[in-house]
Design a protein around this ligand. Structure first.
Ligand SMILES: [Zn+2]
Length: 125
């Protein structure tokens, strides 16, 4: 008897397939394919919900996709002038202390430096 990992279609368990040979006298006439968890019998090999064939490729693609999206989103937010250490804001203007010019909070530039949360610390003092 061999066992293979399946996700049972009947009970939903992440379990093993039990494969038992069926004998007529001493001649092997077929195989019985059953869920090890609930005993549900699969009529044919094609009906067996093997775990590896279907589950693995899906897990890999989803992981790749979400990782890329997270990095992209993070970069876009982080590089805005309003999050930059060189960004100064007062009631009249928003100013980049690195480029000595007026900027918008939503501007971005290649010399972005992530600001520490200084404003909060100053307020506490
Ligand atoms: Zn089952």
């Amino acid at each position: 008897m061999k066992t293979v990992e399946i996700i049972c279609r009947n009970c939903g368990a992440d379990t093993l397939l039990q494969r038992e040979a069926i004998y007529d006298e001493f001649t092997k006439t077929g195989e019985k394919l059953c869920c090890a968890a609930c005993g549900f019998e699969y009529a044919t090999e094609e009906e067996v919900p093997y775990k590896k064939k279907s589950a693995e490729p899906v897990i890999f693609t989803e992981a790749d996709r979400s990782a890329k999206v997270e990095v992209f989103d993070g970069d876009e937010n982080a590089a805005l002038c309003r999050y930059c250490a060189n960004y100064l804001v007062n009631p009249f203007t928003q100013f980049c202390s690195l480029h000595k010019k007026e900027v918008q909070a939503t501007d971005t530039c290649g010399q972005f430096e992530k600001a520490e949360e200084k404003e909060i610390a100053d307020d506490l003092l």
